[in-house]
Write a protein that binds this ligand. Structure first.
Ligand code: MV4
Length: 461
């Protein structure tokens, strides 16, 4: 096994990865920015190297400094976590060039899945259903018009280099097609330096269902079931659950088997996630493939008892998968609430600052809290606002929800604003309780209703 791994990340995911390394008897190297000089991840690691100033561009995204830190400390592998350099194929290639294993798929797979139009083509080849739309990238508006005449309105214009909503526009009537296309294209050009676009029919209403995959270097691919990640606001997931509360057993089997086929077709390696849109008739369509560990991986760990980060490390070292598909048993139901440093009563504005008092709910069967917060710690303004993930597991969905309600009511975070109270109210919302929510429900139904209630109480800032 690796003797030493560098973790190229911060916050709760860096802590999560350090814990996996410690359990595998692997030494750890943390990297940190000056803003994180007292952060938990750097204190928990065996060694820590400062890789630059507060701004992520100069520290957590500083490839030269991070690779230097790995070489100088003798780390044999780098775990990139999520965000930052996790889906940067240049970084993955440079790691291998300095003889450091990148814990994730190789450069080519990252590139192939990072090109969203190419990913569509490859999925089609694997017989995975894709949304009707363009088969190649488009840079000229004339081609968009042709495409729309073929598939019909409404359509969604997406960036080939995109993902997660950037450079994306929904178009509901023909008059706004050109303007929306040009907006999406210039946004993509600015964000990714890439003006290639593609077009799909809009699937609505729909759920966002994603399947967790594990693949070793020898062609063995298994799935760990699905997650329902439909509750999102501005493409930020708020609450996720596994399994999906509404998916039929028949569709579950089909979608999970499709994901395995997809991973096999692209020669996938390591942990990955295949995202689907699922419509009201449970027809499902490939959306994107994520080539990294995801924020919401713990709910899958809770229902499978498989440590996905440990599996990532073992796969990267060249071990065979120790489990077969038949060994994967999905038990009970898990929910994750993302606790953010933000003020829901002030348009969810970020709320960085010092943690003056903290009570993390730590006890009870089926409860897990992943966080890098401690009393006296600081939430810097430079990075993501997510400060904790509260995860519960029960025999049934109802049990997982009541455990979550109990846990969130025990949790106290003073010094910053958080969305804790919003989460407690969300658990009692009827749209959540029935499980019948879609990707539009949070922003179009739940939040407006919640704000109306708060306004009635004069609580909105
Ligand atoms: C879609 C779609 C509807 N139809 N594609 C959002 C970000 C990127 N991953 C793709 N996205 C979408 N693609 C078709 N053909 C709706 C979305 C979408 C969405 C998807 C999942 C979760 C939340 C969302 C919010 C808005 C739009």
């Amino acid at each position: 096994m690796f003797q030493k791994i560098l973790i190229a990340n911060r916050g709760e995911i860096a802590v999560r990865i350090i814990r996996a390394c410690q359990e595998l008897n692997i030494k750890t190297v943390a990297v940190y920015s000056t803003a994180d000089k007292d952060a938990l991840h750097m204190q928990l690691a065996d060694e820590a190297v400062c890789v630059g100033p507060s701004k992520a561009n100069e520290s957590y995204l500083n490839i030269q400094n991070i690779l230097s830190a790995a070489v100088l400390t003798g780390a044999e592998a780098i775990h990139p976590g999520f965000g930052f350099l996790s889906e940067n194929s240049t970084f993955a290639a440079m790691c291998e060039e300095v003889n450091v294993s990148f814990i994730g798929p190789n450069k080519d797979i990252i590139d192939q899945m990072g090109n969203k139009s190419n990913a569509r083509t490859m999925m089609k080849r694997a017989n995975v259903p894709v949304v009707p739309g363009s088969d190649h990238s488009i840079t000229a508006f004339s081609e968009v018009k042709e495409m729309v005449d073929e598939i019909g309105m409404p359509v969604i214009i997406k960036a080939v280099a995109g993902g997660g909503g950037k450079g994306m526009r929904m178009v509901f009537n023909a008059e706004e097609l050109e303007a929306k296309f040009l907006q999406a294209q210039s946004e993509s050009k600015a964000a990714f330096g890439d003006d290639r676009m593609y077009v799909e029919r809009i699937i609505t209403p729909a759920k966002h269902i994603e399947v967790q995959i594990l693949a070793d270097h020898y062609g063995n691919v298994i799935h760990l079931g699905e997650r329902d990640c439909s509750l999102q606001r501005n493409h930020q997931k708020i609450l996720e659950e596994a399994p999906s509360p509404t998916l039929s057993e028949k569709t579950r089997k089909l979608i999970c088997e499709s994901a395995v086929e997809a991973a096999k077709m692209v020669g996938y390696e390591n942990a990955g996630t295949i995202e689907f849109l699922v419509d009201a008739d449970e027809k499902f369509y490939f959306m994107e493939m994520n080539t990294r560990i995801q924020v919401e991986h713990p709910i899958t760990e809770m229902i499978t008892s498989i440590d996905i980060v440990k599996e990532q490390i073992k796969i990267a070292f060249g071990e065979h998968l120790s489990i077969t598909q038949d060994d994967v048993v999905l038990t009970g139901h898990a929910i994750e609430c993302r606790i953010n440093a933000e003020n829901p009563l002030f348009n969810f504005a970020p709320s960085p600052g010092n943690i003056d008092f903290l009570n993390v709910p730590s006890g009870g069967l089926g409860l897990r809290v992943d966080t890098a917060m401690f009393a006296g710690s600081t939430i810097p303004p430079y990075y993501d606002a997510m400060v904790a993930k509260v995860i519960t597991h029960g025999n049934t969905r109802e049990e997982a929800i009541s455990k979550m309600d109990r846990a969130l009511n025990e949790m106290v975070i003073e010094g910053i604003q958080t969305n804790l109270d919003f989460h407690i109210d969300l658990l009692r919302d009827t749209n959540f309780k029935t499980g019948e929510y879609t990707i539009d429900t949070l922003s179009q139904v739940i939040i407006p209703k919640w704000l109306k209630d708060k306004e009635a109480n004069n609580e909105v800032v």
